[in-house]
Design a protein around this ligand. Structure first.
Ligand SMILES: *Cc1c(COP(=O)(O)O)cnc(C)c1O
Length: 477
């Protein structure tokens, strides 16, 4: 393969044909979702050493390689993929990935990709508008308004959470950037906050002990009474509360924290409320489910992964701020080779991002929106939420299965209950399902009890597939 546009054309056409077959075959629901070979055997099958040392991949052999590569993938388009909270990607997002890969415009400096930079700002404004944090005249209004929201796309929600915590730190301890972190900062968050929260808090210098866990119900919903108690004990110990963190929604159960009540407490006491909406903020684009985020008005920051429920491939995440000044104050450092004042028609995003080189990831969300329109994307989200409620009813109606709670999103825990099946049995069933490869689901421990767990991401997953899944679980049991 030479590096010419003719090669691009020939290879891309071949790759495209195989990829479209891959998608359509996966969508039929026949064949395995996942086949796992031991790592060493897989490396040999893919002939990795030969290719790396010798080169020679070209239009004649590319399909051999690609075919065996694709056989060893997780088939996200298969309706039996009901596993992690990762999007079954919209093909439009794949096209955006391809275009980026060919042109490579890391657009955190405007000059390095004006079109992708403008698209990022516009999709961020669209997200802010859905959050109710946008006061511009239209989503392509890029001018500064007081009390207007702001945000940035990041390579993942974990980095988005860290950016939000840095912003909260800049507000609580503005000197920390230069002088280090004062010892009295604490963060109050759900005891089942996503692990990226504890990491973020440690990485920004507070130490994980600064994360004070707030108790939750047996199904992982934060208890406001305990939040009050933690608040009072932090105040009485002379602590500075840097942030309060709400889950929207909890990772294992998919249930939302009582954001409205948390928001009231935070407003009364002038506290920074951060919403971890990596998965569940997408409810904001639906009419039926946006009430789950009631109280968002009183939050000061939120993260939102497009690569979970907005159908983009990994990665495309946003960190949003109700008041754009909070983002402006997050990174206080100057790097003269980039941050010099220059005459230019656009904006540099680099001063507001952890990344230096940053991909034009906003194009993925843009392409999905441009293909579907926002209403249809909203219907996708509510469609998956509603389907999960139906699956709950179906599973609960079986004598040998139970669901511990009514789902509020597209995440659902359930248990096989025949013959007093214990926690180990649930784990064994999950492992056997995955080894078998006909279905891909996960499992979760909630308040010490082991469950089988579904994330209903795929549009094609319906009752018929759930019935088959239950039958397969029975067979394996
Ligand atoms: C997925 C998730 C994250 C982490 O986001 P990544 O994009 O995987 O880094 C954080 N919080 C919650 C609640 C999540 O569901």
């Amino acid at each position: 393969m030479n590096n010419t546009s003719t090669d691009l054309h020939i290879i891309a056409q071949k790759v495209l044909e195989v990829l479209s077959d891959y998608v359509s075959n996966s969508q039929t629901g026949e064949g395995k979702v996942l086949q796992q070979m031991p790592a060493g055997e897989l490396a040999a099958t893919l002939q990795l050493e030969k290719w790396i040392h010798g080169g020679g991949l070209n239009e004649d052999n590319v399909l051999d390689f690609l075919t065996s590569y694709l056989e060893n993938t997780q088939h996200m388009h298969h309706p039996h993929y009901i596993g992690h909270q990762v999007a079954t990607p919209h093909v439009a997002s794949g096209i955006a990935d391809f275009i980026h890969g060919v042109i490579n415009n890391p657009m955190a400096i405007y000059e390095m990709g004006p079109a992708a930079a403008v698209i990022e700002k516009t999709v961020v404004n669209w997200m802010l508008q859905k959050a109710g944090w946008f006061s511009g005249s239209s989503i392509t209004d890029f001018s500064y308004h007081q009390e207007n929201g702001s945000g940035i796309l990041t390579h993942g929600g974990s980095q988005a959470n860290m950016t939000a915590m840095l912003a909260a730190r800049a507000a609580a301890a503005p000197d920390a950037w230069d002088e280090g972190v004062p010892p009295d900062l604490v963060v109050l968050g759900s005891e089942v906050a996503h692990y990226s929260m504890a990491r973020a808090i440690s990485m920004i210098g507070l130490g994980t002990q600064a994360l004070w866990p707030v108790r939750t119900t047996a199904h992982e919903v934060l208890l406001p009474d305990d939040l009050y108690q933690q608040y009072h004990s932090a105040v009485s110990q002379g602590k500075t509360i840097m942030a309060v963190v709400a889950n929207a929604c909890a990772t294992s159960t998919g249930l939302y924290d009582p954001i409205d009540e948390m928001s009231q407490l935070c407003q009364e006491h002038g506290l920074w409320l951060h919403i971890d909406g990596a998965h569940g903020a997408s409810a904001l684009i639906t009419d039926e489910h946006r009430h789950r985020l009631k109280g968002i008005k009183g939050a000061r920051s939120m993260i939102w992964d497009a690569h979970k429920m907005l159908r983009t491939s990994a990665l495309c995440a946003a960190v949003l701020f109700r008041d754009g000044d909070d983002l402006a104050k997050t990174f206080q450092q100057k790097g003269s080779y980039i941050f010099h004042d220059k005459e230019q028609p656009g904006f540099d995003l680099m001063p507001y991002a952890i990344e230096c080189t940053k991909a034009g990831i906003g194009t993925k969300l843009f392409w999905v929106l441009a293909a579907e329109g926002e209403e249809s994307l909203g219907q996708y989200v509510s469609g998956r939420y509603d389907a999960t409620k139906r699956f709950h009813d179906l599973i609960n109606a079986q004598p040998d299965f139970e669901c511990p709670y009514e789902p509020e999103s597209n995440i659902l825990c359930f248990r096989y209950t025949a013959d007093q099946a214990d926690d180990d049995t649930q784990l064994r069933l999950r492992n056997q399902l995955v080894i078998n490869g006909d279905f891909y689901i996960t499992s979760a421990e909630v308040s010490g009890v082991r469950y089988l767990r579904l994330s209903v991401m795929n549009e094609l997953t319906d009752e018929e597939h759930i019935v088959k899944l239950l039958d397969r679980v029975r067979e394996l049991a």
